[in-house]
Ligand binder design. Sequence first.
Ligand SMILES: [Zn+2]
Length: 302
Amino acid sequence: MTDTQRAALMRAALEMAGRGIPVFPLWPGTKIAAWHRPDRCPATGACADGHAMPEDLATLDPDRIRWRWADRPWNVGVFPGPAGRIVVDCDQPKTGDDPDGWQQLQALAADLGGPLPDTWTVTTPSGGRHCWFRVPPGCRLRGTVKHIASHVDTRCWGTYALAPGSVFEGGAYELLDDTDEAEFPGWLVQANVEHATTAISGRGEKPVKAPDAYVAAALRSETDRVRREPPGRRNKVLSTAAYALGQLVGAHVLDEHLARTELQAAVAAWRTPESLVKDHGVIDTSLRAGGRNPRRITGKAA
Ligand SMILES: [Zn+2]
């Protein structure tokens, strides 16, 4: 690696931060965060109050970026979630004739009545592409693996992507389309929602806590009620269910991410992309409201 490459990667990091996307160094030529694993945590410094994840430590600060990228040609890890962005990662199939991720995404758009807007796009060394989108206000989305299609992943909360300029296996991530980032379309928001219980965690992500049987039953019955509710009173039923689950989150017997993801999955079953942003807002507001009034748990579940 030359000084020119190091300077180019520093510039790439500064550019991403300038777009409001926090960056974190990855080992040169790799996708591995330059940070310790949770099981090797020294519990000092940034981890004094518990292990800090790269997502917590990623920065927008140009001075810190210049200081960090001064010593090595670090690859540039970028965190779309905290920046209100989501990256659709379209990969190449391992074997010949399969459609690639980009073709799968286009087919899905046609099936579900798309649009698939032009957006800021980066090509990957393996011949895939990263399409960057802005997440609609009020939505909080997780990254997914092979969920939208077999060669389509997403990177959002809990996962990171590589910025253009980064190098991997002898190739580089390169900017393909400099168009402004489009808003993530409603049909893709829905396609991205999955059940947390079957979610594949990103590297280093804390596993979803398994709820107690009583709490699991409550989660199932509340989300079933939402899923089965015919049009008419859906808003009311959703806010009631989210409030009730929020009370369990507030009582520390239910994981908030699990509750949110299961409620989003229930709403996805309505197949009403036009009201999705509003519905996700109702989930967030009611979960929070319920959390401020924790359920008093007696007996086993506590
Ligand atoms: Zn640590």
